[in-house]
Design a protein around this ligand. Structure first.
Ligand code: GLA
Length: 361
């Protein structure tokens, strides 16, 4: 994939985006690549708050949900565009045992379970920032030190997340972390995408998931431990299928999620970058591919969006107005011996990458 001929200079603009109630400054980075694609990233929650990519006519449109101002994110954000951590997704009953020690003080913030790192997860803290210039990309490197005991987790965990907007029209996310005590780590990006540019719900988007199996869940959306073949079920996206084609079918798993809200076990052998998902939006021609080193992907069809949130430009986010594709290790891994491990130990480095690649057809 050679870089396209540069049509304009790349750019990074940094400005103030307000303050948190505690008085911390929040900054907003506007990244523009050589083809004019634009990503806006704020330091609160390390969140992508706008992502403008072209449709098949070359017209730019913002394909992520969010708010116009910081206040919306402070008041009520279902993780719009944020980095989720220290553990993305759920840990059953907010407890796990590690090296013989029981950790049972994780916040219970989702039914009887722990979700997305707790009450004040990585999506609700201000990250340190520095601009990143590369020959073929512009970006921002964000860092956050999560203290030993924060949200009930062991160890001082230093995380960095680097967003790069490349001239190949990719939003690349490089994650790194180190710790001084063994701890679970599972960082992910919680972008809410709508490739129409927010014109209508996402049921007409055509999705391919490169996964022959998924991790079925119980009513609380905690995996049962099984890896179940998708074949012959509404979970089968091995052939590109409209998201809405089977979403309302009578099905126990769809019932538990109120639609799709499950982890797919990606087809891969070990740690390599592979295609995890491909989306096509027929009216605009926009295509998004998701590539990742991670073993899993949570596909969430925006089931909790219900018209109560008014976002950017006064758009009311109705039911299933966006989808999330959260690359990750499987949910509840600290309690599931047969899932790939999420434990990071002192002296080790957590390193993972996910790429969202945009094109049209
Ligand atoms: C994840 C979860 C969902 C929901 C969304 C945010 O996708 O699995 O259940 O919490 O985040 O609302």
């Amino acid at each position: 994939m050679g870089a396209k001929e540069a049509k304009r200079p790349m750019d990074i603009n940094v400005e103030s985006f307000g303050k948190t109630p505690e008085g911390q400054d929040v900054r907003l980075y506007t990244l523009v690549n050589a083809n004019g694609l634009t990503a806006k990233v704020m330091t609160y929650g390390a969140a992508v708050i706008a992502l403008e990519v072209p449709d098949r006519e070359g017209k730019l449109g913002d394909i992520v949900l969010g708010y116009d101002h910081l206040q919306g994110y402070l008041d009520n954000s279902p993780y719009f565009g944020a980095i989720v951590g220290r553990y993305g997704n759920r840990i059953g009953k907010g407890r796990f045992t590690l090296d013989g020690v029981l950790y049972d003080k994780l916040a219970i913030n989702n039914g009887e379970n722990h979700l997305h790192g707790g009450i004040k997860g990585f999506d609700k803290v201000v990250w340190d920032d520095e601009p990143v210039w590369k020959p073929d990309a512009v970006g921002v490197k964000l860092s956050y030190l999560s203290k030993d005991g924060e949200e009930g987790y062991p160890g001082n965990l230093k995380s960095t997340v680097t967003y790069l907007l490349t001239n190949d029209d990719e939003l690349r996310i490089d994650y790194e972390a180190t710790t001084d005590k063994a701890t679970p780590v599972n960082l992910t990006h919680h972008g809410y995408f709508n490739l129409t540019g927010g014109e209508r719900d996402i049921l007409g988007h055509v999705l391919m998931l490169n996964a022959d199996k998924f991790t079925p869940v119980d009513e609380g959306l905690i995996p049962t431990g099984e890896l179940r073949p998708v074949r012959g079920t509404p979970m089968d996206f091995t052939k590109a299928t409209a998201i809405g084609a089977r979403i309302d079918k009578e099905d126990e798993q769809l019932g538990f999620g109120g639609g799709y809200d499950h982890n797919w076990a990606l087809n891969k052998d070990g740690k390599q970058m592979t295609l995890a998902a491909k989306l096509y939006e027929p009216t605009t021609g926009r295509v998004m591919e998701v590539w990742t080193i991670e073993p899993g992907i949570q596909f969430y069809s925006g089931n909790f969006l219900d018209g109560t949130i008014t976002g950017k430009d006064g758009t009311v986010y109705q039911h299933r107005w966006a989808f999330c594709l959260e690359t990750q290790h499987y949910p509840d891994s600290p309690n599931q011996g047969n899932f790939p491990s999420t434990i990071l130990r002192p002296g080790e480095k957590y390193e993972t990458t996910t790429v969202y690649r945009f094109s049209t057809k």
